[in-house]
Design a protein around this ligand. Structure first.
Ligand code: SAM
Length: 226
């Protein structure tokens, strides 16, 4: 890995997180808000994720359908439109208390389990999960916290459990820094290296299709312990 995230962000680690917190505190608790004005891609995104999840359930040793965790869940968009349809219970975590509060009303299902308001950089799952879904949030973590979080997730997987990572990928080999929301976008090889260093192996990957031109390519990875 040429550079790590820690060396490309302008600020120190605490500021990297506090700037993100301030950014999200000004965003409305709506689908359009959590998707940065791209609310119109939500349906297409969920359809792509649905296909990916179905492929996971068709594996020879598929994950169970007991409990899932939605990480960086925002107002629970993925929980409501995807995870709740496939799992008995779905927990969610986001660092923004307004989003977590809104999620109760937005998801409104007795399958909604525990709601955590915390940063992933300080979070260790306390339950066991069949699927841990991380989408459009890992760019808010430094490389060190990314690896720590993945290792924490690994410890909380049920037998045949899977961590799903769905993230933007840079087309260049450079890490892109977004000063506005205080996040970064990693190149493909960088992500693979982080998986490897977190003792994760990729058992399935797919590219999200049909997104409007001009957006980052988005890839989905299903990860299990090496
Ligand atoms: C682009 S939104 C995506 C929301 C959701 N994953 C979705 O696809 O609808 C990013 C979310 O990550 C949350 N977030 C940002 N930094 C975080 C952190 N360090 N820990 C947990 N959540 C974080 C934000 O509050 C926001 O809800």
């Amino acid at each position: 890995m040429e550079k790590d995230v820690e060396s490309v962000i302008d600020t120190d680690e605490n500021q990297f997180y506090s700037k993100a917190k301030i950014y999200w505190s000004k965003v409305s608790p709506t689908i359009n808000g959590v998707l940065g004005g791209f609310g119109h891609i939500s349906e297409c995104d969920i359809n792509g994720s649905e296909l990916f999840l179905k492929s996971l359930f068709q594996l020879k040793n598929p994950p169970g359908n007991g409990r899932a965790l939605d990480c960086g869940a925002g107002i629970g968009r993925i929980t409501k439109h995807l995870l709740i349809k496939h799992f008995q219970l779905v927990d969610l975590i986001d660092q923004n208390s307004d989003f977590v509060e809104k999620a109760k009303e937005y998801v409104s299902s007795d399958r909604l389990g525990k709601l955590y308001c915390n940063g992933l950089q300080c979070f260790k799952p306390e339950e066991k999960y069949d699927v841990i879904w991380c989408q459009w949030v890992l760019g808010h973590l430094t490389d060190e916290h990314f690896k720590q979080f993945m290792e924490n997730c690994l410890e909380s997987l049920n037998k045949n459990g899977v961590i799903v990572v769905k993230e933007n990928i840079t087309s260049s080999n450079e890490i892109d820094v977004d000063e506005e929301d205080s996040s970064i976008t990693r190149p493909y090889d960088h992500l693979l290296k982080l998986f490897e260093e977190s003792r994760l192996k990729c058992i399935l990957k797919q590219q999200q299709t049909s997104f409007p031109k001009g957006l980052y390519p988005v890839k989905m990875f299903a990860l299990r312990p090496v």
